[in-house]
Design a protein around this ligand. Sequence first.
Ligand SMILES: Cc1cc2nc3c(=O)[nH]c(=O)nc-3n(C[C@H](O)[C@H](O)[C@H](O)COP(=O)(O)OP(=O)(O)OC[C@H]3O[C@@H](n4cnc5c(N)ncnc54)[C@H](O)[C@@H]3O)c2cc1C
Length: 468
Amino acid sequence: MSDPYDVIIVGGGPGGYVCAIRAAQLGLKTACVEKRGSLGGTCLNVGCIPSKALLQSSHHFEAASHEFASHGVKTGKVALDLPTMMARKDKVVDDLTKGIEFLFKKNKVDYIVGEGVITAADTVEVKPTSGKKQILKTENIVIATGSDVAPLPGVSIDEKQIVSSTGALALSKVPKSMVVVGGGVIGLELGSVWRRLGAEVTVVEFLDTILPGMDGEVVKQMTRTLKKQGMKFKLKAKVTAAKAAKTGVTLSVEPRDGGEAETIKADVVLVAIGRRPYSDGLGLDKLGVAVDERGFIGVDPDLQTNIPGIFAIGDVIGGAMLAHKAEEEGIAVAESLAGQSGHVNYDVIPGVVYTWPEVASLGKTEETLKEEGVDYKVGKFPFSANSRARANADSEGFVKILADAKTDRVLGAHIVGPAAGDLIQEAVSVMEFGGSAEDIARTCHAHPGLSEAVKEAALAVDDRAIHM
Ligand SMILES: Cc1cc2nc3c(=O)[nH]c(=O)nc-3n(C[C@H](O)[C@H](O)[C@H](O)COP(=O)(O)OP(=O)(O)OC[C@H]3O[C@@H](n4cnc5c(N)ncnc54)[C@H](O)[C@@H]3O)c2cc1C
């Protein structure tokens, strides 16, 4: 048997592959076990990347159909070539997943294809799809097995008519009507893709609002904007059953707070009610690794499970189920294993919804600050008063900055608008350094730029926005 590894990572998603690369950079003998047959996990294969590829393509389609003419660009009748759009998306995924294989080679990470089972705190057995199983010895194990689609009782997913996000990324034709069950990030992004391509989209949400947990003003604005785009919403409603037939899917929907049930018909139903931790078949029971009642693996502040030498990161431990949160955790564990002080600042993890306009959220919302009794100030600036947004004809939305009333320290930032997902990064850096609204306000921003709206919102915290 060859020398044991310093660390074996089970799962090659953004948590696992980033952890592996960082560990190898730091001189640790590293292997990454992945059963999917390609690296990048949910994010690259069936999540972040294919959804963004389709969001971009469908955005172009909508712009060419409805917006180019106002810029003086004549196109004639715009036609959709869905197979080409899907093939482009597949190529983006393929190129990026292969890119990670290249990075593994470059950094000397052993990529082991197969299903990993942890049989002891120092042993991972790998079952390949064919051939003999391998037994690998290691000093440390990092579980980075991610998450899977959460099922909805009464509704069985066939990935054709009743689809999860995975099926919704690969429909072979545009449905005439689509019901999205769940008004969270994934439902709104994929609902937007198919609405832009021609489907009539209705979102059914159990809670009082879409985008639960986001700042109230953001939710209000996005509900209004998405409705204006043609998306319909059925809130406080519960889907209890779905029946697929040749003529479409019939959904049974009950008002959440009581009342008459109704049926809704749709060509395709997308179930997007969340994700559950994926730890099936890992052997956690036998090892005694502690998991909570929902299946999330428990970890201490160093991301170590209750079994010394076994760590867990990413979606499988819960918290914000986001690729960049998984990556931060992967780096923190790798650095701790190499004797450094790995650390994740969970207070400064941005969340982005890649609809158009985009939504970006960071830190506290106004609602949480009120709940916590924090004395805060608000600075808000609309994109309608930002010259670049006006020049681009993309002036919907606003930037909102929340700062401590006494110290002016930035406590949260919320953006609805063009490129919100990139603009939020300025607030991320400022919050990471414990900066104030005045720090943003006194920083020079290039003109004409969308980021000037961030500066103006920071000025507005102290009632001194210039262009309002
Ligand atoms: C449609 C969609 C869109 C999304 N968009 C975004 C976005 O825009 N931004 C964002 O930040 N997040 C987004 N997410 C969430 C993001 O994909 C996840 O948060 C992220 O992938 C979690 O990373 P991870 O490394 O923890 O797990 P995963 O990416 O789920 O990777 C885990 C890997 O482990 C493998 N595995 C599991 N068990 C075993 C085993 N026993 N042996 C070997 N391998 C195993 C799996 O095959 C998988 O490849 C999106 C998700 C979806 C579904």
